[in-house]
Design a protein around this ligand. Structure first.
Ligand code: NCD
Length: 307
């Protein structure tokens, strides 16, 4: 049974295919209105979420399917001590496909090993978040027209930010990209991510603490929130939370066609004064996420022989 736990579970050709389907859904939504009729998506979210859960659910409804939802661990049998494996087996009896978010790294993989329906990882702890990356990739393709030859700045909590890890893995498969990793010392990209995504492939990257000095080089600036829920102590979070705040002033030397991205939720990282700037793409990412999730659900249900 094919599941998507990591962005690398999808080949670049499959990602191109998903982008093609997403663009076709955007152009011809009525053609897809019954594609998943009588099929059920279960959303199992054991961590807070607005965009990811609602976009999965909106995606399934727009495909003509139905949704079963566990929105908080405290309302399901996980609170009684049920294992992720048993939950996945159980939910497979009711649903045709599962989207799962969990605070523990590897939880979605464990679920996929026990489920008898496809599992989509909707975020596992500080590890990865492949469907946010699909939203990011569609946004980059629509804004920049390509995945190659880009200088990509990633800024903020690069240690715990799972969307950063997945995006690095995704973009490092295309030629000519260069990464500028902008973070406080304590929140650098973990060495296992750097080793797999960058070093092994000889991809050029630099690390800095200073956003403004690198701004003029960037084609994409991907801002992230400091991940409070992954900190061991509140003092460290309070010290680091406002490390980077993007304001119009800081964009003075930026490229005219910079794409400013953020997976959201935003806390303080981007001033609302930037929202009206044509370079701000973060709400486009939200819209694109739903279409890419529709394309992914269609692909996995077709491969499972369910539609
Ligand atoms: C991200 C996540 O959950 O990792 N949110 C999202 O899905 N768009 C980013 C975050 O919470 O900071």
């Amino acid at each position: 049974m094919r599941s998507v736990i990591d962005i690398l579970d999808l080949s670049t050709a499959e990602i191109d295919g998903l982008i093609g389907v997403a663009n076709d859904i955007i152009a011809n939504p009525d053609d897809y209105a019954d594609a998943c009729r009588r099929k059920k998506l279960a959303t199992l979210f054991f961590e807070p979420s607005t965009r990811t859960r609602l976009s999965f659910e909106a995606a399934m409804y727009e495909l003509g399917g139905n949704v079963l939802s566990v929105a908080g661990g405290s309302t399901s049998s996980a609170a009684k001590g049920e294992s992720v494996a048993d939950t996945a087996k159980t939910v497979s009896c009711y649903a045709d496909i599962i989207a799962m978010r969990h605070p523990k790294e590897g939880a979605a993989l464990v679920a996929a090993q026990s489920a008898s329906v496809p599992v989509i990882n909707a975020g596992d702890g500080g590890h990865c978040h492949p469907t946010q990356t699909l939203a990011d990739l569609l946004t980059i393709r629509r804004e920049k027209g390509r995945f190659t030859g880009l200088t990509v700045g990633l800024c903020g909590d690069l240690k715990f930010g799972r969307t950063v890890h997945s995006l690095l893995n995704a973009l490092s498969r295309y030629g000519g990209n260069r990464f500028v990793l902008i973070s406080p010392e304590e929140l650098k990209v973990p060495s296992y991510v750097k080793a797999d995504a960058l070093k092994k492939k000889g991809i050029p990257y630099t690390q800095t603490t200073d956003l403004e000095s690198v701004m003029p080089e960037l084609d994409i600036l991907y801002m992230t929130r400091v991940q409070r829920e992954r900190f061991f102590n509140e003092e460290d979070y309070l010290r680091l939370k406002d490390s980077y705040i993007l304001t119009p002033q800081k964009l003075i030397n930026a490229k005219k066609d910079l794409a400013i991205m953020h997976p959201l939720p935003r806390v303080n990282e981007i001033s609302v004064a930037i929202d009206g700037d044509p370079r701000a793409c973060y709400f486009k990412q939200v819209r694109n996420g739903k279409y890419m999730r529709m394309a992914l659900i269609l692909m996995l249900l077709k491969e499972a022989g369910k539609i």
